[in-house]
Design a protein around this ligand. Sequence first.
Ligand SMILES: Cc1cc2nc3c(=O)[nH]c(=O)nc-3n(C[C@H](O)[C@H](O)[C@H](O)COP(=O)(O)O)c2cc1C
Ligand code: SF4
Ligand code: SF4
Length: 284
Amino acid sequence: MPVDYKGGEHSKPVIRSFVTPRVRLLLFFTMIFYFSGTGNSAWVAQQLGEALHEAVHRITDKLPNQIYTLQPRERLGFVFPVYSWGPPSVVLEWLARLLCSETPSYLYFVCTCGDDAGKTALLFRKVAERRGWVCKAGFSVTMPNTYVCLPGFDVDSVEVEKQKICDARSRIVQVIEWVDRKVSRFDCHEGGAPYTKSYLLRPLFNRFFVSASRFHVMETCISCGKCEQACPMHNIQMKEGKPEWGSQCSMCLACYHHCPKHAVAYGNQTRKKGQYIFKSPKPV
Ligand SMILES: Cc1cc2nc3c(=O)[nH]c(=O)nc-3n(C[C@H](O)[C@H](O)[C@H](O)COP(=O)(O)O)c2cc1C
Ligand code: SF4
Ligand code: SF4
């Protein structure tokens, strides 16, 4: 059965796919793949896609056996949140195994972060290099913070949230301009001690704090299923009206932030923490 994708999830179909029993060959001109838990990166990806007329795909909706056909001299972009001063593992895995007909001539990424990206650029570039690709550019966009699972971490105040989104709008315009011109540049806000954070703290975080095992549901749960629907990893199943977490957690916190009753808890760390979901800013 043909699959139409060109232009993104909501745009006009242009090109058909050719389906074999094992492999789907898809034709695109340019593409953006994104991952997002709470909507910040999805919004940035959507802005890029609209401005650059590129197809935008959520990587967790895609199949590993699709071959994406790139035109010579075309772009391939990744948009994702920074998790513990690096790209989420699911993004690096996707980058490592994405099947493309050609080596992308302009591979770039845009990461969103609450504060500091650390050595996100280096981590991304290394994975690209390992498969023979060169990442030409990478940019960070500061967005509202979503991490709440350790002491001292919480969502931003409403004022900070508004200011970050306001600043992000002009930042995205700048990033679009750079990507459109295929500028070779890395402009990420690394913050202090980036090597220590990305190469020492990050592996520890991934080892000990990326797991759904500490999630549990409070008695205020109304069985609405929004946590299950929000999980980009499809890692939650409703059983007898309550969410149950599986082992494929990316720690994106979509389940926590989307719960209308604040009934998703991470250990005892989140009881007094706030919630955040990206809401489209009003046009100026
Ligand atoms: C598990 C986790 C780890 C995070 N680590 C960082 C970090 O190291 N540096 C930072 O600035 N923001 C960090 N954040 C905040 C997110 O990068 C930021 O809020 C991002 O815009 C969320 O994007 P999303 O809404 O697309 O999921 C972290 C968030 C989560 C959930
Ligand atoms: S279980 Fe929650 S934190 Fe883990 S991937 Fe799903 S939504 Fe994200
Ligand atoms: S989103 Fe909250 S209230 Fe709804 S099912 Fe999940 S835990 Fe329960």
